[in-house]
Design a protein around this ligand. Structure first.
Ligand code: CP
Length: 309
């Protein structure tokens, strides 16, 4: 059972709830992997997605998660919706809420949008990415991927590389992993590190990718978020890759068999070299599978006892 009505971020999610979501996701993954993907955990319930920004993985995996648990869903196409007639976020959310929706999954380019509007609707709100702030289900699926390999997060060395400044994935991972006792090493160009990053819990800032990756258990590349950059923050893609990218030689400096993670979509030969994306240590496709399991767990746990405001 989750304490709050909504899942808005891992900053405010207690360690015990992260643990619970991962435990349930582990069970849900059996359904995802099974030849008969049917379960009753969301039967009679409904989910709607409201994505003001593009998505492949998050949006589709919520849809699959809903279907695998026997629920119904509707995905609003913002581009062809009444948003284009000027309808506000509040009125759009209230409209979807009035369909009787149990869970609304929202993504928006502005940080804080889910937090501002969640109290105004009856449905459980899940933050699927708000601006530069958080992307909690992404971090949970990353953590599930780590937990499947390693017994404990305590002392786990996780290198997070690249465009941290624009990454809600990095922020959610920092909140989640630090609560569980992991050591987080961050490295990126100075222009792509947020001010005060060194003060975040569990974080050590490293001067070079080599320093961050050395002996790490997990190496996580972050997507270079060109769409959020208002001015040139990197000299060139080639130079970025040379100094901040990960190739097989760099991955070899991590602990033997270390996991390579990336939230996707990958810019091949920018954050990760073309070949390393598909190497044996790459968990990128496993992360996608775990995304369905985690989202099943979140929808199930949020609606289990019908907590409403
Ligand atoms: N990782 C992630 O959020 O991917 P999408 O943008 O494709 O949903």
């Amino acid at each position: 059972m989750l304490k709050n009505k909504d899942l808005l971020g891992l900053k405010d999610t207690p360690k015990e709830e992260i643990q619970l979501i991962l435990d349930v996701a582990e069970e849900m993954k059996k359904i995802v992997r099974s030849p008969h993907k049917k379960s009753p955990y969301f039967a009679g319930k409904s989910m709607a997605t409201l994505f003001y920004e593009n998505s492949t993985r998050t949006k589709s995996s919520f849809e699959f998660a809903c279907s695998y648990m026997g629920g119904v869903y509707s995905s609003l196409n913002v581009a062809t919706s009444s948003v284009n007639k000027g309808e506000s976020i509040l009125d759009t959310l209230k409209t979807i809420d009035s369909f009787g929706t149990d869970v609304i999954v929202i993504r928006h380019s502005m940080s804080g949008v889910p937090h501002v509007y969640a109290p105004h609707v009856r449905a459980h709100i899940v933050n699927a990415g708000d601006g530069l702030n958080e992307h909690p289900t992404q971090a949970l699926l990353d953590m599930l991927t780590m937990r499947e390999r390693y017994d404990t997060f305590r002392g786990l060395k996780v290198a997070i590389l690249g465009d941290v400044k624009h990454s809600r994935v990095a922020r959610s991972n920092v909140w989640g992993l630090s609560k569980m006792g992991a050591e987080i090493r961050i490295c990126g160009p100075g222009t792509l590190l947020p001010s005060g990053v060194e003060k975040l819990p569990g974080v050590t800032v490293c001067a070079t990718v080599e320093e961050a990756v050395r002996d790490a258990d997990v190496v996580m590349g972050l997507r270079l978020q060109l769409e959020r950059m208002t001015k040139g923050l990197i000299p060139s893609m080639g130079e970025y890759h040379r100094y901040f990218g990960v190739d097989e030689d760099m991955l070899a400096k991590a602990k033997k068999g270390a996991l390579l993670l990336h939230p996707g979509p990958v810019n091949r030969n920018v954050e990760l070299s073309f070949d390393v994306v598909d190497c044996r240590q790459s968990m990128i496709n496993e992360q996608v599978t775990n995304g369905v399991a985690v989202r099943m767990a979140v929808m199930y746990l949020l609606t289990r006892d019908n907590k409403v405001v």
